[in-house]
Design a protein around this ligand. Structure first.
Ligand code: NAP
Length: 245
């Protein structure tokens, strides 16, 4: 097994990977962007803050003896993923992408796929009560909405926000019952979400299904071509085990 590993994190699976590596006696350093004021920290060493683009990450890798990099950032953290590809190619370190599968539509679902947050805003413009679960960043795309909006995020969102916004500060996971109660309380008519995948935040989709509500889903950005990707922590451990020590 590789001696020291950099995990680009900010996700539940990145924390699970760090925990598994620590349990295996691997020296792991997890990197967080620093967006959340009070993040859930993974076990092992943690560094916080951007690297300064691909060049900054390449310089960091030159200065640190990590033997491999695992990009376990969120499926929508495309800038970090692109930086990791470029930096690892520059300094010649092996890189693997850990990315959870997206969500799958079930019979009876009314899912409406869009390619961006502005397209999501267009898709919900006619609704009277919109539940926005796309995260704190990028909410400006919805600022022109005139219906009631419920925005849920871990930290308070910054303006501009839709004029009739109720902010719900909460950190998942949420149960289906909690999601049903919130949606009923605010008489939600449509749910907006990124295709984040993972069971931790899937309860909102189950609740929308039970209430017969449409869901607007933002498609994931494409992974850079040639980037090796796996879906589970176990596959990452197997890959690391096959790397030269
Ligand atoms: P992004 O747009 O891809 O990245 C923007 C910049 O943030 C990067 O260029 C990098 O700065 C810095 N950065 C991002 N992830 C980092 C990491 N793990 N360690 C150090 N620097 C990082 O990313 P984002 O969408 O803003 O996401 C930021 C963080 O939140 C990520 O760790 C991601 O896993 C997590 N997250 C994102 C979402 C989402 O919906 N996008 C949802 C949940 C969690 P430099 O260029 O200076 O290196």
């Amino acid at each position: 097994m590789t001696r020291r590993v950099l995990v680009l994190g900010g996700t539940g699976e990145a924390r699970r990977l760090a925990a598994a590596l620590v349990a295996d006696g691997v020296d792991v350093v997890s990197s967080l962007a620093g967006r959340v004021a009070d993040p859930v920290l993974p076990p092992g060493e943690v560094r916080v803050g951007g690297f300064g683009g691909a060049a900054g990450l390449a310089a960091w890798l030159e200065a640190d003896p990590v033997a491999a990099v695992v990009d376990a950032t969120h499926p929508f953290a495309a800038t970090m993923t692109a930086s990791a590809v470029e930096a690892c190619a520059t300094v010649g370190r092996p890189l693997l992408r850990l990315q959870r599968p997206g969500w799958t539509e079930q019979s009876g679902d009314d899912w409406r796929w869009v390619d961006s947050l502005p397209e999501a805003a267009e898709a919900v413009a006619g609704f009277g009560s919109v539940f926005l679960t796309t995260g704190r960043q990028g909410l400006a795309a919805f600022a022109g909405l005139t219906g009631r909006c419920v925005v849920r995020s871990v930290d308070p969102p910054a303006p501009p926000l839709p004029a009739r916004t109720t902010v719900v500060l909460a950190r998942g996971p949420f149960t289906v019952e909690e999601e049903l109660a919130l949606m009923r309380q605010h008489a939600v008519e449509v749910l907006v979400t990124k295709d984040s995948g993972a069971s931790m935040t899937a309860a909102k989709l189950t609740a929308a299904r039970e209430l017969g509500l449409p869901v607007v889903l933002v498609r994931r950005p494409r992974l850079p071509s040639g980037l090796a990707a796996v879906a589970t922590v176990e596959e990452v451990l197997a890959w690391l085990g096959a790397q030269p020590g």
